[in-house]
Design a protein around this ligand. Structure first.
Ligand code: ADE
Length: 260
C-alpha cells in the first residue's frame, strides 16, 4: 500500500514513522509512506502556502494551487491514488469501518490542513473523502493523518506480526476488548482471574467473550445496541443488567438528581 502525506511539516510525519510497527513495515516495504512538503509546490520567493480569507474574518486560509500541484506530482511519480483524504474537523467521523475500507486500497493521499482551513476548491476538485478523528479541534491535520495512517496500515496484511491480534481487537466485532494480564499472578495484592490460569481453553474463551460484552455494555452502551450478539452474549448482558440494577438500588443520589 502506498501512502502519501501532503503537509507543511513533513518532519512531523517522518518522526512518527521512525519508531514502532508502522515504521518497521515501512522499512520492510510492506507499506510505502512518503511525506511531501507543501512549500515545494509554491512558486513565490517566500514559499507562501496561505492567504487572507475572502469576506474577511480572522485567520488565514490555505491556498489551493500548491495542493493541486502536489497531488498532480504524486499522481505522476507514484500513480493515480484511489483516494485523496482531507483531514478536517468538518469531515465524516473516522471509525474502524473507515479504516477497513481504506486498508483495502492500494494508494491513499492525505492532505493536512493548518490555519483556519483549506480553500473549499480543494475539497470540491481534489478530495474524495473528508475525515475527522473526533469532535475537538487540533492545530493541524498532521496528527489526525498519523492516527488514520496507523489505524489503516495495521490492517494491511503483514504489518502486524500476529494477525490474530488484529482480528480480536476492539471494534472488529463491534465490541470492546477484554482485560489482559501477564505475570506475576499476584501483583500489589491483586490477582489474575482464576479461569485464565486454568489452562481450560474453552472456559477462557467464554470468559473473554463475556468480559467483552460486559465492558461494552458498561462503557459504550451506544456500541452494544449495534453489536452482533449471540444467545450466550444476551444472557451475559441480562446478568450484567440485573447486577447493575441491584448495585444501583443502594446508590446515593448524585448531585443534580435531587428534584425539587
Ligand atoms: N484538523 C484539526 N482538527 C481535526 C480533527 N479533529 N480531525 C481531523 N482533522 C483535524
Amino acid at each position: 500500500m502506498k501512502v502519501d502525506v501532503i503537509t507543511i511539516f513533513p518532519r512531523m510525519i517522518e518522526a512518527a514513522l521512525s519508531e514502532g510497527v508502522v515504521a518497521r513495515a515501512n522499512e520492510a516495504g510492506t507499506i510505502d509512506i512518503r511525506a511531501w512538503d507543501l512549500r515545494d509546490f509554491t512558486d513565490d520567493r517566500h514559499r507562501t502556502v496561505d492567504d487572507v480569507a475572502y469576506g474577511g474574518g480572522p485567520g488565514m486560509v490555505m491556498k489551493p494551487a500548491p495542493m493541486f500541484a502536489a497531488v498532480e506530482r504524486i499522481g505522476r511519480e507514484r500513480g493515480a491514488p484511489d483516494a485523496v483524504v482531507l483531514m478536517t474537523p468538518q469531515g465524516r467521523p473516522f471509525s474502524h469501518d473507515e479504516a477497513e475500507r481504506l486498508s483495502r486500497m492500494n494508494h491513499v493521499v492525505f492532505i493536512c490542513g493548518r490555519y483556519e482551513g483549506v480553500d473549499e476548491r480543494v475539497a470540491e476538485g481534489l478530495v474524495t473523502d473528508e475525515l475527522s478523528i473526533g469532535d475537538y479541534v487540533l492545530t493541524g491535520g498532521e496528527l489526525p493523518a498519523l492516527v488514520v495512517i496507523d489505524a489503516v496500515t495495521r490492517l494491511v496484511p503483514g504489518v502486524v506480526g500476529d494477525s490474530a491480534s488484529v482480528v480480536e481487537d476492539s471494534f472488529v466485532s463491534g465490541l470492546l476488548d477484554c482485560p489482559h494480564y501477564t505475570r506475576p499472578a499476584e501483583f500489589a495484592g491483586r490477582t489474575v482471574p482464576d479461569v485464565l490460569l486454568s489452562g481450560h481453553h474453552g472456559e477462557i474463551e467464554r470468559w473473554r467473550r463475556r468480559q467483552r460484552v460486559r465492558r461494552t455494555a458498561e462503557r459504550r452502551p451506544d456500541l452494544i445496541e449495534r453489536a452482533e450478539l449471540t444467545a450466550d452474549d444476551r444472557q451475559e448482558l441480562a446478568r450484567w443488567q440485573a447486577e447493575a440494577a441491584q448495585a444501583g438500588l443502594g446508590k446515593p443520589k448524585e448531585k443534580g438528581d435531587e428534584g425539587d
